[in-house]
Design a protein around this ligand. Structure first.
Ligand code: UDX
Ligand code: ADP
Length: 459
C-alpha cells in the first residue's frame, strides 16, 4: 500500500480509537493503524472487550479490525510506514510548575513529536488531534524540523468535536470538520489531502479549511461557549430555587428564541468531562499570557460557577438532611460525567462524593459502565464507600439517593421498591432532573430537583 494511503494514529484513547474506527470504516482505500505505548490498552482494542465504552463502537471495530484497522504498540514501525500521522495523545492540565492548574501538560505530546523525528525516513503530514494550546502546531513544526535528516513535515490542526456517548454519530454526521494548515503551497496541499479523507463521507460544504491558529482557537472557543451555556443556566437554577420559577420552564422559554436555541441548556449538578474545564483553563492561561486579564477573568468565571454548582448541590443535601450526613448511608446513582460513557474524568460525581466523605457520609456507588474508573478515582480517598452493581442493593438502607448521571436505566427503576427498602424520611436529590418528581413525592420521597421547588413531606 502506498504511504499516502497509510494512516497512523498515535494515542488509542477516547479520541484516537473512535475517530480511526470511523475513518477506517468509511475509507476502504486507506489502511489505518492505531498505536499506543500502553500495551494493556492495545490488547484490549484487539479483544472483544474494548477499553472504552461508546455506543456503536464495538460493531464498527469488529467490521474493520484486521482488514483496514490495526492496533499496535510498534510505534516506530507505524511511523516509518505511514504518510499521514494523527496525534491524539493525552494533554491534561498541568499539575506542576509554570501554569500549573491552567496550562496544558505537553509532555506526552512532545515525546510523540520526538518519536516521529526519530523514526521517520521520509516527509509526512502530521495532524494534531489532541486539544492543544494555541500555537502548538508551531511548536510541533519546530520540533519536527529540528531533524538532521533533511525531512519536511506539514503540520495540520484538525480538532475533534465529538462528544462522548455520541462519538460515532458525531464523527459520521459532523456539523463541520475543521482542517487548519500553514499558509504555504505545501501546507495547502497537505490540507487538501486531509480534506480528501473526510470527503469520503462528509459533504464538502461542511469541511472548513482555515489557517492553523483559527482552527486551534475555534476548538477552545466552541467548548468554552458550550460550557458557558451550562454555567449560565446553572447560575439561574440557583435563583429559581430561591423563587417560584422553574428552570425547565425558563430554559424552554429562553431556548425557543431561535437566536439562542434549545441545546445545552439543561441545568445539572455541573458539567464534567475531559475537555470543558481543561479547554477553558487553557483559554484563560492564553489570555493571561497575552496580557488580557479581563478576558481571562471572564472565562474563568464559567469554571467557578461550575464549582459553585457542585458545592451548592452538596450543601443542599447536608442542610436538608437535618444538617448532618455523618454515619448516614447515601446511594450515588451514576458516576460517569454523562450518560452512555464509562468515562469519569472531571465528573461532578468525584467532587460530590469527596465532599460527602468529608462530611462523614457512607457512600454506596452504582453506575452501569463507570465503576472501574470510579474505583480508581477514589482509590486514595479516606472514608466509608462501596461500589455496588445493583441499584436496588445500592439504595437499600440508605437515607438518600443522589442522581449524578442521566443514565436512562435509572429512570426505569421501581422507586416504590427502592423507597420501601430505605431509611425514613427518604430523600432523592436529582442532580440531572432525570426522574418524575411528582410521582416520587407521591411514593413518599422528599424530592430535591435542580432549579425548581422541592417536594417535601417534612414540616
Ligand atoms: C465536549 C464537546 O461537546 C465536544 O464537542 C468536544 O469535542 C469534547 O468536549 P464531552 O465532554 O464528551 O464533549 O461531552 P458533552 O456532551 O459536551 O457534555 C459535557 C458535560 O456537560 C457533561 O458532564 C454533561 O452532562 C454536561 N451537560 C451538557 C449539562 O450539564 N447540561 C447540558 O445541557 C449539556
Ligand atoms: P483522549 O481523551 O484525549 O483520547 P486518553 O487518555 O483517552 O485521552 O488517550 C490518550 C492515549 O495516548 C493513551 O492511551 C496514552 O497511553 C497514549 N499516549 C500517551 N503518550 C503517548 C506516546 N508518547 N506514544 C504513544 N501513545 C501515547
Amino acid at each position: 500500500m502506498k504511504k499516502d494511503k497509510n494512516i497512523l494514529c498515535i494515542g488509542a484513547g477516547y479520541v484516537g480509537g473512535p475517530t480511526m474506527a470511523v475513518i477506517a470504516s468509511k475509507c476502504p482505500d486507506y489502511k489505518v493503524t492505531v498505536a499506543d505505548i500502553d500495551e494493556k490498552r492495545i490488547n484490549a482494542w484487539n479483544s472483544d472487550k474494548l477499553p472504552i465504552y461508546e455506543p456503536g463502537l464495538s460493531e464498527l471495530v469488529r467490521n474493520v479490525r484486521g482488514k483496514r484497522l490495526f492496533f499496535t504498540t510498534d510505534i516506530a514501525k507505524g511511523i516509518k510506514d505511514a504518510g499521514i500521522i494523527f496525534v491524539s495523545v493525552n494533554t491534561p492540565t498541568k499539575t506542576f510548575g509554570e501554569g500549573a492548574g491552567k496550562a496544558a501538560d505537553l509532555q506526552y505530546w512532545e515525546k510523540t513529536a520526538r518519536a516521529i523525528v526519530e523514526h521517520a525516513e521520509d516527509n509526512k503530514i502530521v495532524i494534531e488531534k489532541s486539544t492543544l494550546p494555541l500555537r502548538a502546531a508551531e511548536a510541533m513544526h519546530r520540533i519536527l524540523h529540528s531533524n538532521t535528516k533533511g525531512l519536511d513535515f506539514d503540520v495540520i490542526s484538525n480538532p475533534e468535536f465529538m462528544a462522548e456517548g455520541t462519538a460515532i454519530d458525531d464523527m459520521q454526521n459532523p456539523d463541520r470538520v475543521l482542517i487548519g494548515g500553514m499558509e504555504t503551497a505545501s501546507g495547502r496541499k497537505a490540507v487538501e489531502r486531509i480534506v480528501e479523507i473526510y470527503a469520503h463521507w462528509v459533504p464538502r460544504e461542511r469541511i472548513l479549511s482555515t489557517n492553523v491558529w483559527s482552527s486551534e482557537l475555534s476548538k477552545l472557543v466552541a467548548n468554552a461557549m458550550l460550557a458557558q451555556r451550562i454555567s449560565s443556566i446553572n447560575s439561574i437554577s440557583a435563583l429559581c430555587e430561591k423563587t417560584d420559577a422553574n428552570i425547565n420552564e425558563v430554559a424552554k422559554a429562553v431556548g425557543m428564541d431561535s437566536r439562542i436555541g434549545p441545546k445545552f441548556l439543561k441545568a445539572s449538578v455541573g458539567f464534567g468531562g475531559s475537555c470543558f474545564k481543561k479547554d477553558i483553563l487553557n483559554l484563560v492561561y492564553l489570555c493571561e499570557y497575552y496580557g488580557l486579564p479581563e478576558v481571562a477573568a471572564y472565562w474563568e468565571e464559567v469554571v467557578k460557577i461550575n464549582d459553585f454548582q457542585e458545592r451548592r448541590f452538596v450543601k443542599n443535601i447536608v442542610k436538608n438532611m437535618f444538617n448532618t450526613v455523618a454515619g448516614k448511608k447515601i446511594a450515588v446513582f451514576g458516576f460517569a460525567f454523562k450518560a452512555d460513557t464509562g468515562d469519569t474524568r472531571e465528573s461532578p460525581a468525584i467532587y460530590v462524593s469527596r465532599m460527602l466523605l468529608d462530611e462523614k457520609a457512607e457512600l454506596a456507588i452504582c453506575d452501569p459502565e463507570a465503576l472501574d474508573n470510579a474505583k480508581r478515582d477514589l482509590a486514595d480517598d479516606k472514608g466509608k464507600f462501596e461500589f455496588v452493581n445493583d441499584p436496588y442493593k445500592c439504595a437499600r438502607n440508605s437515607h438518600a439517593v443522589l442522581i449524578l448521571t442521566e443514565w436512562s436505566e435509572f429512570r426505569k427503576l421501581d422507586y416504590r421498591k427502592i423507597y420501601a427498602s430505605m431509611e425514613k424520611p427518604a430523600f432523592i436529590f436529582d442532580g440531572r432532573n432525570l426522574l418524575d418528581h411528582k410521582e416520587l413525592f407521591k411514593i413518599g420521597f422528599n424530592v430535591f430537583p435542580i432549579g425548581s421547588t422541592k417536594f417535601t413531606h417534612l414540616k
